[in-house]
Design a protein around this ligand. Sequence first.
Ligand SMILES: NC(=O)c1ccc[n+]([C@@H]2O[C@H](COP(=O)([O-])OP(=O)(O)OC[C@H]3O[C@@H](n4cnc5c(N)ncnc54)[C@H](O)[C@@H]3O)[C@@H](O)[C@H]2O)c1
Length: 332
Amino acid sequence: MVVKVGIVGSGWAASMHARCLLENVNVELVALADVSKSEGMAFAKRYGIPKFYEDTGKLFEDPDVEAVYIMSPPKFHASQAIAALQHGKHVFSEKPPAISLKEMEKLAEVVEKTGLIYQIGFNRRFWPVYKKLKSLVETGKLKSYVVDIKMVRGEMERPPWTKLSEVSGGFLYDSMIHILDLSKWILGKPETIRCVARKNVYPHFDGFVALIEFLNEEKTIESITSVGHASWVYPFERVEVYGDHSSAITEENFKLTFSHGKGDIPNVEVYQFTKLPEHVAWGFKEEDDLFIEAVAKGLKPAVTVIDAYDSVKLVESCYQSLEHSGRVVTFA
Ligand SMILES: NC(=O)c1ccc[n+]([C@@H]2O[C@H](COP(=O)([O-])OP(=O)(O)OC[C@H]3O[C@@H](n4cnc5c(N)ncnc54)[C@H](O)[C@@H]3O)[C@@H](O)[C@H]2O)c1
């Protein structure tokens, strides 16, 4: 069955997903909407999309559209997802799902009421490097006693809305949400979270240190350091998991080193994912293929509205903590 897709937005994320969707024989790109006529028309032409709407509402009303990809800036995600669902369309939304708990609760309610498919774009879950890391933890080869994660952005100026917290939702919603979701996906449910943050360069919080304790068997303790003003220097993203005389260390989306043993010369396994094209290495291809399959076959989506809700709760728990100078917040 071919799924007819409409896309909202024509920026970088939209181009990445359009590339994945065009490679899927079960997809027809039928319409595009963008508030910018010039950008939207150029994008539609580039990807061979026959219909263009300057008014996003018209795309939701289009009877040809079965599923909508929401690729606009974060501020619009929840309201556009809700409008699309209310017009009977399945929804794939880029992260964040919403930029407040109130919006997220409404979105979850509409997903439940309509029974339509909603998938959130936590593409880290599909990075081959993190899938390998998760399998090491799940098979017990690597005990996750202590975890340290670093994730930084060079600047918060490209695209320009990134520096406007009222549009992006702030750094936690726009960037760190990926790492909070990834942590939960690999380590399970958090028990407590504490977070301190500073306004270093931008007029809103742009530097964060968070400590999370998990409910899992190992009672993992995790630290996360994340800033939005690092300059673009490697590493941007690095996860280190320390187990029973073992460690797994990731480098961006292309390398995982797993070392185990007590001897002077440990056993070292190196997994490299350097030959993958970017839309595969960054997980977009697999998440899109799974969404289309879920729509075509009526399956549960790979990343659900509950996952979306939990990630928003985690962001809000960080805010609760940092607003009280790093107070411990229980993640219920
Ligand atoms: N998962 C990832 O790794 C990843 C990577 C990059 C971006 N993203 C997310 O994708 C989304 C888009 O990011 P981007 O980098 O493509 O941004 P962008 O600024 O490049 O593109 C956004 C597009 O949306 C259009 N737009 C703005 N307001 C709109 C509205 N109200 N209705 C319809 N269209 C509107 C703009 O004209 C533009 O074409 C963001 O939420 C971002 O966080 C995710």
